[in-house]
Design a protein around this ligand. Structure first.
Ligand SMILES: NC(=O)c1ccc[n+]([C@@H]2O[C@H](COP(=O)([O-])OP(=O)(O)OC[C@H]3O[C@@H](n4cnc5c(N)ncnc54)[C@H](OP(=O)(O)O)[C@@H]3O)[C@@H](O)[C@H]2O)c1
Length: 325
């Protein structure tokens, strides 16, 4: 793709964050986007207009994500400042002493000078054993957790903004009480809470809570990881949603993503398939009526694809999903 085409390319709208920076309201998820397939996918996404990319230390693909961005900069398709890159501090690094080292290691993986948005991946820390053990477990397979207070971890993350390694901070998988505790104790406000959010768990109350505090809500697993063989999740295969999709000449997954945007969330659908990557970005020429949104509302069962059961099993005091939102 040449420079001229990029200039007239339609990008996603952006939202102004509480620190004045702008974040595109649609991003590319990259969980399980690895190796060459991942690089091809991410480069295609940048070519067609994605500017917001979501990765994490845990996904073990920061090298591919960073390489794709650097290649696209070298080709002249984008400049570094055009890209909004999110990555996350993994749970084994919650000890404040480990935060800066973890972030520097991630920057080295990415081959970049700064991270646009650095999230605490979860409020619960895991026991640090070594760099390779991302899911520390005992001999019975139970997860080994730590008691580090996420507020202390967050304070260490604030130093990364001060030293210029990171532009914005955020949290992920935090409930409203945990987010409030961070807001009450921080110097640098989190700009987003990244949580599971799809028509099956539409997070209306958490979105409202976040809005009140000028924090955005980023929607992970926004499509519920479609499984055609099981015809799940329901909203992707429902005749009612198919009828809405037909009206706009869209697919049911596009209707689901538009519904999340119309609800005030920022979806980050993952795909490694160029056709679906393009499809998931083609959302900005229609919006749903109130009646159509009500149809989507009817799929809100609250059921999660990512229930963090291993943490729940340990009855940890910071397990985030024990309260309503
Ligand atoms: N903060 C957290 O704790 C957390 C947790 C989970 C996820 N995330 C982030 O959120 C991103 C998205 O979540 P997710 O990957 O769990 O789930 P998702 O985006 O709901 O679903 C991804 C799956 O859907 C398929 N897919 C994508 N677009 C499709 C379409 N238009 N039609 C049919 N199938 C489609 C993909 O397959 P193909 O690749 O073959 O297209 C992939 O298998 C992740 O990649 C990650 O960046 C964050």
């Amino acid at each position: 793709m040449n420079r001229v085409v990029c200039k007239i390319m339609k990008l996603a709208p952006t939202v102004k964050l509480n620190n004045g920076r702008e974040m595109p309201i649609l991003g590319l998820g990259t969980y399980a986007s690895q190796n060459k397939e991942g690089e091809i996918a991410i480069k295609h996404a940048i070519d067609i207009g994605y500017r917001h990319l979501d990765t994490a230390f845990f996904y073990q693909n920061e090298a591919e994500v960073g390489q794709s961005i650097r290649d696209k900069i070298a080709e002249g398709v984008v400049k570094r400042e055009d890209i909004f890159l999110t990555t996350k501090l993994w749970n084994i690094y919650h000890d404040p002493e480990r935060v800066e080292g973890a972030c520097r290691k991630q920057l080295a993986n990415l081959g970049l000078d700064y991270i646009d948005l650095y999230l605490m991946h979860m409020p619960v820390g895991y026991k640090y054993i070594n760099e390779e053990t991302l899911l520390p477990k005992d001999e019975d397979g139970a997860l080994l957790l730590s008691d580090v207070d996420y507020v202390d971890t967050y304070k260490a993350m604030e130093q990364l903004v001060k030293s210029g390694l990171v532009r914005s901070l955020g949290v992920s998988n935090f409930n409203s009480e945990q987010l409030k505790r961070v807001l009450d104790n921080c110097e640098i406000k989190p700009v987003t809470n990244q949580v599971e959010c799809s028509p099956a768990i539409n997070q209306k109350k958490l979105i409202e809570f976040c809005k009140k505090h000028d924090v955005t809500l980023t929607a992970y697993t926004p499509l519920g990881r479609p499984r055609p063989e099981e015809q799940k999740p329901d909203y992707v295969y429902s005749d009612k949603v198919k009828a809405i999709a037909e009206k706009y000449n869209k697919t049911t997954t596009q209707v689901a993503l538009r519904y999340l945007i119309d609800s005030g969330a920022i979806p980050i659908p993952k795909s490694s398939n160029p056709k679906r990557i393009s499809e998931n970005f083609d959302l900005f020429d229609f919006s749903l009526t109130d009646e159509e949104k009500a149809v989507l509302d009817s799929f809100n069962t609250g059921e999660r694809m990512v229930p963090l059961n291993l943490i729940k099993a340990r009855n940890h005091k910071y397990f985030p999903f024990a309260i309503e939102f």
